[in-house]
Design a binder for this molecule. Sequence first.
Ligand SMILES: *[C@@H]1O[C@H](CO)[C@@H](O)[C@H](O)[C@H]1NC(C)=O
Ligand SMILES: *[C@@H]1O[C@H](CO)[C@@H](O)[C@H](O)[C@H]1NC(C)=O
Ligand SMILES: *[C@@H]1O[C@H](CO)[C@@H](O)[C@H](O)[C@H]1NC(C)=O
Ligand SMILES: *[C@@H]1O[C@H](CO)[C@@H](O)[C@H](O)[C@H]1NC(C)=O
Ligand SMILES: *[C@@H]1O[C@H](CO)[C@@H](O)[C@H](O)[C@H]1NC(C)=O
Ligand SMILES: *[C@@H]1O[C@H](CO)[C@@H](O)[C@H](O)[C@H]1NC(C)=O
Length: 270
Amino acid sequence: MIVIMNQKLLLSVSLTCLFLIIFFINFKQAFSDPQTQLINNGCSQYNVTDMSDFNTNINATFADLRAQLDAGKLFATAQQPRGSSPIYAMIQCRSYLSPADCVACYAAAESLIRNCSASNGARVVYLGCSLRYESSLFYDQSTQEGRFGFCGNRTALQVTAFSAAVKELVQNLQVTTPKISGFFVASKEELVGGGGGNNTAVYGVAQCVETISESGCRDCLATAYDSIQRCFGNAFGWAVDVGCFLRYSDTPFFADNQTTNLAPFLKIGK
Ligand SMILES: *[C@@H]1O[C@H](CO)[C@@H](O)[C@H](O)[C@H]1NC(C)=O
Ligand SMILES: *[C@@H]1O[C@H](CO)[C@@H](O)[C@H](O)[C@H]1NC(C)=O
Ligand SMILES: *[C@@H]1O[C@H](CO)[C@@H](O)[C@H](O)[C@H]1NC(C)=O
Ligand SMILES: *[C@@H]1O[C@H](CO)[C@@H](O)[C@H](O)[C@H]1NC(C)=O
Ligand SMILES: *[C@@H]1O[C@H](CO)[C@@H](O)[C@H](O)[C@H]1NC(C)=O
Ligand SMILES: *[C@@H]1O[C@H](CO)[C@@H](O)[C@H](O)[C@H]1NC(C)=O
């Protein structure tokens, strides 16, 4: 009898453990995603003059970026300004990524950007992170030629309520992000009228690179707004400029507890 009880207990303990393990694996999968969907990349048409110097410099620069991310940072710059082929580089992960996902996004971006071989400058933008290097200092740039917006290939359900909510959300992101330390905002806007049971909310983030000024961030997000406003009836969209990133979607892409309380920043001079 005691033996049987113990077996039952053992079985139930084992099943509980198994359940917890499966739950934990699924949980990790659901919340671990480096978001390496490519949205833009390009290599400068100008080549470096000294490949050997360039290779030494770019390797040292990338190793420096990688070490900073390994230490838990989500934004880093690194440079090798001396020699005939100076290198300046910047990595920025969206602030809702975990440090491990940021490292994974960076690793994918580094491997892709190395395909620009001899180019003296290059960019890779994923949904999860942006990597750029140049032969001269660019950390203070906020807007430039080549900015663009992308509209998702799906029309939103309840399109009128949805596009009104996107407009409100994106305007709030544009106004508040430059005022907030770290230049990152994640927010969620409920659809007025509840959306009839399908879309009930829209999710969005805005981010500026940490090395530009507050007014640079404002200028960049104004261009991003211009690039994305034709998309508001689409289920998702994003806009990119050298100093900022803006994205919205009808599907959550960050955790609920990562949203920013915007109320204090909306009151002052909207
Ligand atoms: C740059 O270098 C690449 C690879 O070595 C070569 O294919 C390309 O033609 C070069 N471009 C220019 C403008 O010299
Ligand atoms: C730079 O790194 C690449 C990739 O890791 C490697 O193949 C290459 O030999 C390195 N070059 C120098 C000069 O360190
Ligand atoms: C880099 O280019 C090579 C050859 O063109 C290609 O086989 C490889 O898939 C490219 N790598 C990436 C990460 O795109
Ligand atoms: C939208 O694009 C994705 C990926 O390019 C594709 O898989 C999907 O079928 C497209 N959806 C529609 C509604 O066209
Ligand atoms: C929700 O969307 C599905 C298709 O995506 C549709 O069949 C259904 O009627 C919608 N429900 C409501 C309440 O709008
Ligand atoms: C959000 O919740 C997750 C899981 O519940 C937790 O691990 C994480 O630390 C929380 N993040 C923040 C910013 O509170």
